[in-house]
Design a protein around this ligand. Structure first.
Ligand SMILES: *[C@@H]1O[C@H](CO)[C@@H](O)[C@H](O)[C@H]1NC(C)=O
Ligand SMILES: *[C@@H]1O[C@H](CO)[C@@H](O)[C@H](O)[C@H]1NC(C)=O
Length: 305
């Protein structure tokens, strides 16, 4: 009987030791988690001296969903979105965004928001371009500055859950315009359906002087889930826009970057998913002569659903 208490206390001593050890481990894990989370949060924007800003979208979700309010995944003053990255996730995720300083003649806001006064919201599940023929005055000469997602991983692939995919389009500052003649598409995958994945490099981005003016998300014919399918890039022009716009006629179809012998050509049922008409003459009002007269930079459009 006498040895029992000491046995118990030995056990208690061991247990408290163990508790101490476990709580230390827990503390370290938690500290690491919190530290990591904080680092991730505050390390979201990496600004380079070259006029480039890379955003990590992880932990940079939410913010007010409004055309004229700041989103967490949004380019800085004078910048436009020029590229997207997914790490190795087949563009089922938006892991990174590349913003570039494009408008040196724009007076800086000195950090005050809004950086661009005329912005509106689109939804890249179904609305692939900033430009909308039916809201011509508002949407002509607009480019992408921000994306939004309600989960911190920025998953885009789940049907239903990821249907809401808002992005923000803004008017070019005075003195700049979008040269619609120059627009082209950059697909997120090669002709064999292999996605342009990379852990340390952007592979889906616009050429020099071009900015993102469209973003398409499609249901993949084989996986039957969403992937970001392409970005549209258009050149930023400076000065007076050309008097006569000749919007490009090219159409983005599967065939435009895969020929008919493409081994995994989608079946008729899915082929339609891969069609997205560019800002071509069909979308422009008849006899449209450029935007310099009608575009007063005053119009605003509230969030478009
Ligand atoms: C289409 O792809 C096949 C197979 O790779 C190739 O032999 C053919 O030349 C291509 N045709 C065109 C028009 O590019
Ligand atoms: C975006 O479009 C999808 C598909 O039409 C829709 O389900 C979703 O509610 C839209 N989200 C927003 C915010 O407009």
């Amino acid at each position: 009987m006498a040895h029992q208490p000491s046995g118990f206390s030995r056990l208690r001593w061991k247990r408290s030791h163990l508790d101490c050890f476990l709580s230390s481990v827990l503390f370290l894990l938690l500290a690491d988690y919190v530290d990591n989370a904080a680092n991730r949060y505050y390390g979201v924007f990496t600004v380079y001296g070259t006029g480039d800003t890379i955003l990590q979208t992880f932990h940079a979700h939410l913010g007010p969903l409004d055309g004229n309010r700041r989103w967490h995944v949004e380019c800085l003053d004078g910048e436009a979105m020029v590229g997207i990255g997914d790490l190795v996730d087949d563009f089922q995720k938006m892991a990174q965004v590349w913003c570039k300083f494009m408008f040196p003649n724009k007076p800086p806001t000195n950090g005050l928001y809004p950086y661009y006064p005329n912005c509106f919201v689109r939804n890249y599940t179904t609305q692939y371009h900033c430009y909308m023929a039916k809201d011509h005055d508002v949407s002509i000469n607009t480019f992408i500055t921000g994306i939004y997602d309600d989960d911190f991983q920025f998953w885009t692939f789940r049907l239903g859950q990821d249907n809401s995919q808002p992005y923000k389009c803004c008017k070019t500052p005075l003195g700049y315009y979008i040269d619609y003649f120059s627009c082209y598409y950059m697909p997120t995958k090669d002709i064999y359906g292999e996605y342009y994945d990379h852990t340390s490099m952007f592979l889906v981005f616009c050429a020099t002087d071009h900015v993102m003016t469209g973003l398409g998300k499609k249901i993949n014919a084989w996986g039957r889930d969403y992937h970001v399918d392409w970005i549209q890039c258009c050149r930023v022009g400076v000065g007076i826009p050309p008097r006569i716009y000749r919007p490009p006629q090219h159409t983005y179809t599967y065939d435009s970057y895969a020929n008919h012998s493409y081994p995994n050509k989608p079946s008729g049922q899915y082929a339609a998913q891969y069609q997205g008409r560019n800002l071509g003459a069909q979308m422009m009002p008849r006899g449209f002569l450029g935007s310099e007269r009608k575009d007063h930079h005053h119009n605003q459009l509230s969030a478009v659903s």
